[in-house]
Ligand binder design. Structure first.
Ligand code: ZN
Length: 340
């Protein structure tokens, strides 16, 4: 009998590991993969132009959308049409809250639950699925937020490791890519890049330069489900939050393989202030002249009140969970043998 408690403990450990929690990602799980993401849309002004560019270059991207930011998706037919186009084109739709509050760490449990569920329901009405991926406005969240987010069906919290700063007129969004990618190569690095489909510079200038540039460097441009190896929608998980299917890359976005090498710079800046609507920036249309090489080394410090999210895990959380399950089951089997 003395083993019984151990077995019960180990069983609960295994079950909790299987059940999992909201997983955290700031880069893709496979080197060479590059996920282009857009926050804050849909935008009646710019989202369709961005979709045209993605179609032209045959790139699948990810849109972390709001329900009522630029436009109310529950009432505006043009906004609904954009969301349908994004989904039906094979882009991933993620959650960025319903109203885009200025950070979620100050919201009550009920307020955050509303932010998640109102968007879940609105998207379900429009595209027939609820998002499993979440990006917190401003990149800020707390441990308490994560519990609520999980209860609303979210499986993965997605940050970024490359910030285009396309909302900030003090930055050149294209140059941000060039600077951040200097010294990196697809054999050793992967990226999740933050952009906004409500920004004119992104729709009219930046993407047209950056997408060919990324392909030239040899990166695979992938949607978020491929990037992190998890399904994008809640219906593709079982009751224990285990994925029913694992997305795979078809790698058809890739072109050349001219890789640079060396360098070990840090990657991005923090993501504050991202909801500012903006005007075009003055851009240099040179696609690969690296003008400076002092890569900012701020490892994506997200401003969390409770400290979670400051440190970026460098390994896939999904792998950690999987390994925990295997270890727990193995221990349980050994204990069972001892009992016999
Ligand atoms: Zn945002």
């Amino acid at each position: 009998m003395k083993y019984l408690n151990s077995i019960i403990f180990l069983s609960s450990l295994a079950i909790s590991a299987i059940r999992g929690e909201v997983k955290y990602f700031s880069k893709c799980v496979k080197n060479g993969d590059f996920a282009i993401t857009f926050d804050d849309g849909p935008s009646l002004d710019y989202s369709n132009a961005i979709l045209d560019i993605l179609d032209e270059y045959k790139v699948k991207a990810t849109f972390f959308v709001n329900g009522k930011n630029c436009v109310d998706i529950t009432t505006n037919d043009l906004a609904k049409a954009i969301l349908k186009r994004e989904y039906e084109s094979g882009h991933v739709i993620g959650s960025h809250t319903f109203t885009h509050p200025f950070g979620i760490t100050t919201l009550s449990k009920d307020e955050l639950t509303y932010e998640l569920n109102a968007l879940n329901d609105a998207l379900y009405d429009i595209i027939g699925v609820k998002p499993a991926f979440f990006r917190p406005p401003l990149g800020e969240y707390s441990e308490e937020n994560l519990k609520v987010i999980e209860q609303c069906g979210i499986k993965a919290n997605i940050l970024w490791n490359l910030d285009s700063e396309d909302w900030d007129h003090n930055y050149n969004a294209t140059q941000q890519y060039i600077d951040n990618l200097e010294g990196k190569d697809p054999y050793a690095h992967s990226f999740i890049a933050l952009n906004h489909d409500i920004q004119k510079v992104t729709a009219e200038t930046n993407l047209k330069i950056v997408i060919p540039y990324l392909k030239k460097l040899g990166y695979n441009l992938v949607p978020m489900d491929v990037c992190i190896g998890l399904p994008a929608y809640q219906s593709d998980y079982d009751e224990n939050s285990n994925p029913k299917k694992i997305p795979s890359s078809n790698n058809n976005n890739n072109n050349n393989n001219n890789n640079s090498n060396g360098g070990n710079n840090g990657i991005s800046k923090d993501g504050s202030g991202e909801t500012v609507s903006g005007d075009p920036q003055n851009l240099n249309n040179n696609d690969n002249n690296n003008s400076n090489n002092n890569g900012t080394n701020n490892s994506n410090t997200n401003n969390n009140n409770n400290g979670n999210g400051n440190a970026l895990p460098e390994t896939s959380d999904a792998n950690i969970v999987r390994n925990s399950v295997v270890l727990s089951v193995t221990i349980m089997l050994l204990m069972s043998i001892l009992l016999l």
